[in-house]
Design a protein around this ligand. Structure first.
Ligand SMILES: [Zn+2]
Length: 401
């Protein structure tokens, strides 16, 4: 219900929806009105008493004073200052700039724009056959020196979960320098960086490095390292040693459509993920309980957990839930393998992927004294990567384009 006390100055019209307790702002006759809940406007007053410009946050004096009984008394539009003026029943007077209001309009379209542009870009799920279409390569030197390339890489990694960096030097600091460009490395119980190198046997017979089945790294952490970086220093000349990668969000979606019963089991049955051991004098005993497929309140994918060796023999669910879980998991593993893409990195490549979303592995290879594969790995976290993505978008003017 609209009241008739709307005021009109130039082409901006302000009015109220008394039933919904909204302030409506119409910028032109042919566009829908911007909408703002009155209680939210009061909470977000921009004056020096309520808000600190320097920290871009509310001032603490009102923290224990959320008064939902405050009412809007007067509403007007100031053409000169392009701002909305409100007098409240607690005697407070507020002013809101048009640009600030437009950015925060509660319409569905504007909220979707904000979530897509400023929260996180929309993820595109992909099947194994689409690998060539979604694959992008970035030059290491560009990432270190060009902010546009850095932003493009982070964006691609967020949308597709996978990006290949090429022509990195065969040196020790490659991953640290790249992580420092984003923010900082994520440390774990295994330190900052780790080395993957099959140890040949003492004798000179060929040592077969076993295939590494698809998995996510470190599912036993509540705060799982969320971006994996793998720097190839040496690659095996044997026919093996191929990378396998599968978009497990896509696999989960396949499961949801084709096998809804299995999907329900894998998204609702908590699994005990564990890692017990010691590393450089630190003894550790990590456990995290969570399903293989983790959904948010809206049913969207937030995390995949999967690692055969790091799935504990403790399975803390009622006994009757165990067999259905194994049957559902067998389907998940089959689909993940069917949807895997394969490629072989060469020295100087840095493979980067979303460890929350992708499952990865590699084929077996022959490792001898003359035929060595040496990979260095490290982690970043999405909190840090998304923060950098937003800062770069602001600094490079992408929000204004
Ligand atoms: Zn105020």
């Amino acid at each position: 219900m609209l009241t008739n006390n709307s005021s009109s100055t130039s082409c901006v019209q302000v009015s109220r929806d008394l039933q919904q307790q909204l302030v409506l702002l119409r910028l032109s006759l042919d566009s829908p009105a911007l909408q703002f809940p009155e209680i939210w406007l009061r909470d977000n007053c921009q004056c020096n008493v309520c808000y600190m410009q320097q920290t871009r946050s509310r001032l603490p004096h009102g923290w224990n004073y959320l008064d939902p009984t405050v009412r809007l008394l007067q509403l007007s539009w100031c053409t000169e200052r392009k701002s909305l003026q409100i007098v409240w029943s607690d005697g407070h007077k507020s002013s809101y700039a048009l640009s600030w209001l437009k950015e925060r309009d509660f319409s569905h379209a504007n909220r979707a724009r904000y979530l897509r542009d400023s929260y996180r870009p929309e993820q595109r799920l992909w099947c194994g056959k689409e690998f060539q279409l979604i694959q992008r390569e970035f030059l290491y030197d560009d990432l270190l020196h060009n902010d546009e390339t850095l932003l493009h890489w982070l964006h691609h990694l967020a949308v597709y979960g996978l990006a290949l960096v090429r022509q990195a030097p065969l040196e020790a600091n490659v991953l640290r320098d790249l992580c420092n460009r984003v923010g900082f490395m994520r440390s774990t119980t295994y330190g900052d960086e780790w080395s993957v190198k099959a140890q040949p046997g003492a004798s000179n017979y060929a040592y077969l490095a076993e295939p590494l089945p698809l998995h996510t790294d470190m599912p036993y952490f509540e705060y799982k390292p969320s971006i994996t970086l793998l720097h190839t220093l040496q690659q095996s000349d044997s026919p093996g040693g191929w990378n396998l990668l599968s978009d497990a969000f896509y696999v989960a979606e396949l499961l949801r459509q084709r096998y809804p019963g299995a999907f329900k089991v894998l998204s609702e049955t908590p699994v005990d993920w564990a890692d017990i051991g010691s590393e450089k004098h630190l003894k550790f005993h990590n456990i995290w309980r969570a399903p293989v497929i983790n959904l948010d309140a809206n049913g969207r994918y937030v995390r995949i957990n999967h690692s055969i060796p790091q799935r504990d023999s403790h399975f803390s669910v009622p006994a009757e839930q165990v067999r259905p879980w194994y049957e559902a998991m067998a389907l998940f593993i089959r689909l993940a393998n069917e949807q895997a893409c394969t490629f072989k990195t060469t020295p100087g490549d840095v493979l980067t992927f979303d460890n929350v979303r992708m499952v990865h592995g590699r084929t077996g290879y022959d490792d001898t004294d003359q035929n060595v594969r040496h990979i260095v790995g490290a982690f970043l976290d999405w909190d840090i990567a998304y923060s950098r993505w937003r800062v770069l978008k602001t600094d490079l003017g992408h929000y204004n384009k």
